[in-house]
Design a protein around this ligand. Structure first.
Ligand SMILES: [Zn+2]
Length: 434
């Protein structure tokens, strides 16, 4: 066995317990072999990661993002979703080249590895280029090409749909299984009924997952209620868009009937608290969804509406806004957001990981707890929700491979990636403003 040992730290166990323990990893199999004291005794260890003064926990799962949008970070702020998309984001996105998308993906994935995210779900364009970066950077992802029909002729929208299905079929299982895919219609209002129904039927024939935005703003709810006389998620259910291998981003404006529908169909929701606050979309009923038995993960959404991909920010935001939303300080507690960002997130997007236990995927991070803002450590889980920052992550491991050691990313050259992304971003914006 090609053994990697993470030693000298404390471990966050799946039941929320924290204890001193080492973690033994089979690096070739990408699997956790053992967790406990003395698990390395008598073993030949090829490499060791020092976790002294730190917490070994599952790699974080960013359940919904558009990673290449890092190029648009800070380009347009302080506007509501509809005008932000139409006036700022879509005109720039129309100028995006494949090379821009690759440069943005490199930047976003670098940022995620640095801040403890090993796994993400991504919807964008030129996804073959994103997949190439995922493979090289060593992270795990569920990827899909977005289908948007707004402002397009039928033939062009249909080509989008076919491209999304084709990408999903071709890349599912790529990068030694680290890449899984999904058919990704953008949302219930940006893809017409016939294409949505047809695309989901075709995806189901090939057992492909489905991911879309849903109930993000009231502007996405009212047109469906007016046109079809049912709530958006009833409309989605009738078109096959709900089910155990489907997950929805946002779920902000979800009523009681829709909550039941999500639970009954075992459809997961990815909560994006920062994006929802920044675009004033509303407050997702996370406490109600969880109480109903819906699996809820956490996502950053794209960097242009966040504006970073540090998932620890999102844990804090989810806990805070969850309390405001429920008008109850005990709602969405620390342990809940930690679950949402780890095991529940992995389950929501159907990827392995999210747990430090024997047999689990070796996707883990070590958080340095020796810092003023993390002292004293009365309750480490509380710190993860309310005080830890992405910059506290010391090591990142995915699929048994060390992606960052002592804050140095090993699979991407940070300086080159940042230079290249800044250059592509400047050229892109210049073209769009011409
Ligand atoms: Zn999104």
């Amino acid at each position: 066995m090609n053994a990697l040992a993470v030693t000298g730290g404390r471990v966050l166990h799946p039941d929320g317990r924290v204890s001193e323990a080492d973690v033994l990893i089979d690096a070739d199999a990408g699997r956790i072999e053992a967790v406990g004291e003395d698990v390395t005794a008598g073993r030949e260890i090829a490499r060791t990661l020092d976790a002294e003064g730190g917490l070994v926990m599952p790699g974080l799962v960013n359940g919904h993002t558009h990673v290449s949008m890092t190029l648009l970070r800070g380009y347009a702020d302080d506007k509501p979703l509809e005008s932000w998309l139409r006036e700022d984001i879509w005109p720039v996105e129309a100028e995006l080249t494949d090379d821009d998308i690759a440069a943005g993906a490199e930047l976003g994935i670098l940022e995620m590895i640095r801040s403890g995210t090993t796994t993400f779900a991504d919807m964008y364009f030129s996804m073959d280029r994103v997949a190439e970066v995922v493979e090289r950077a060593g992270v795990r992802a569920r990827l899909g090409r977005g289908v948007v029909a707004v402002g397009k002729e039928e033939a062009e929208a249909r080509a989008d749909l076919e491209g999304s299905l084709e990408f999903a079929r071709t890349y599912d299982g790529a990068a030694d299984g680290r890449i899984r895919t999904a058919f990704m219609p953008h949302s219930l209002t940006t893809v017409p009924e016939n294409l949505l129904t047809e695309g989901i039927e075709l995806a189901a024939e090939d057992d492909l997952w489905v991911h879309l935005h849903a109930n993000e703003t009231t502007d996405e709810v009212e047109p469906i209620v007016e046109k079809h006389g049912v709530r958006p998620l009833e409309y989605a259910a009738d078109r096959g868009a709900l089910g155990p291998d489907r997950f929805l981003a946002h779920g902000v404006h979800v009523d009681g009937t829709e909550t039941e529908l999500l639970a009954e169909t075992d459809t997961s929701v990815i909560h994006c608290p920062a994006s929802n606050m920044k675009l004033a979309s509303g407050i997702a009923p996370v406490q109600r969804l969880r109480e109903a038995g819906v699996t809820v993960g956490i996502g950053t959404d794209g960097a242009a509406s966040n504006n970073d991909l540090d998932l620890f920010d999102e844990l804090r935001d989810a806990a805070m806004v969850g309390k405001i939303g429920a008008d109850d300080a005990s709602a969405v507690p620390a342990a809940a957001v930690v679950e949402m960002a780890t095991s529940d997130g992995a389950d929501a997007i159907g990827l392995p990981g999210g747990r430090i236990e024997t047999g689990a995927a070796a996707d883990l991070i070590v958080v340095d707890l020796e810092a003023p803002h993390l002292t004293p450590a009365h309750d480490v889980v509380s710190h993860l929700a309310y005080a830890v920052r992405g910059s506290d992550v010391r090591h990142t491991v995915c699929d048994g491979t060390v992606l960052m050691r002592d804050r140095e990313v090993t699979t991407l050259d940070a300086a080159t990636v940042m230079d290249r992304a800044a250059e592509h971003a400047a050229d892109l914006v210049a073209r769009a403003e011409e």
